[in-house]
Ligand binder design. Sequence first.
Ligand code: GDP
Ligand code: MN
Length: 384
Amino acid sequence: MKLHEYQSKDLLAKYGVVVPGGRVTSDPAEAKKIAEELGGKCVVKAQVLMGGRGKAGGVKLFDNAEDAGNFTKELIGKRLVSIQNPAGMIVEKVLVGELVDIAEEYYLSVLLDRAEQKVVVMISKEGGMEIEEVAEHNPEAIVRLHVDPAWGLDDYQVREAVQAAKIPAPAQRQMVAMIKGLVKVYIENDADLIEINPVAWTPDGKLVAADAKVSIDENAMYRHPEYTETKDDGAEDEIEAEAAKLGIAYVRLGGEIGIMGNGAGLVMCSLDEVNRAGGKPANFLDVGGGANAERVKTCVELVMMDPNVKGLLINIFGGITRCDEVAKGILSAFDQMNITIPVVARIEGTAAEEGLAILATSDKVVGASTMQEAADKIVALAHA
Ligand code: GDP
Ligand code: MN
């Protein structure tokens, strides 16, 4: 579960990591008041769980409280769209923060290195921009420091890593302290990601976490009741939120081909096939076990909530559930719905021939017996 910036900063502050002052609100008048308390100079930041808020227009610096209040009014209820999140997210809260005077921007993150089976700290002098960009164009600017699960981090290791990352000498001591604090937060709170971008170095020599993203391992959420209240903060994508309520695994991906299948692996393969065939997947959706009419209908309705969907690919492998049952389920679901976009269903497994014969009786659903064939067909139909 991703925490909002304000929640992340509160958590970091408890561990002594230096964060700018400020408060969260959804009320423009309150935002103005917070800005006044901060002396007028402030930064207003949309609290949406997506990257690239700055470029999306969700972060703005102010030198007076009036403008900060007006900007808040503008921002609340607005949908922010970024490259990372083409579907966008509605702003419900803003963080009105103390304005940090930034001389230099660095980067810090803590995450799990699965190959090494260790927590890893990533340190870079190149902060402020997307770390993926740094990784691509200037990979030697990223230093990785692994945390030994039995021994933890020794000071000298952190110091060496900070020096290897060419963090300027005056900032090194505070950088070492920040890294140790972040690792402590990460381990003690079951985090699966912490990212501070930028770590701000001020002209008067202070190191401050100007932005903060903390994500808590979903499997450990039962140990963190403090976050249950904000779990469905509406900050999620609305279709994803609806899917979560229905207990369906759905992820919005931004393309035009809706996809549903039974089993995560099969759905992942379908995404790859659609890409290969020249389409862009609109979503990931795992129908789960069984594919009766009711279930198929619910899933199709979910996929169709996305207005970008121009075609639907259904990929079902019938094991215990026979394909003729699946085919009947699909047809009866479509009989009850008014779907005008092309639909291709690939069904394979037990009683596949009977299933395809049933699909052949319908003019709403095109049958296919292989994934490749299904992907080629749906992309061609959707793009026609
Ligand atoms: P993100 O775009 O979602 O990562 O949001 P950030 O909080 O990182 O803000 C984007 C950019 O706005 C940062 O990289 C900074 O350059 C700038 N920014 C954010 N907060 C401050 C601040 O307090 N002072 C100054 N000078 N710039 C800031
Ligand atoms: Mn940032």
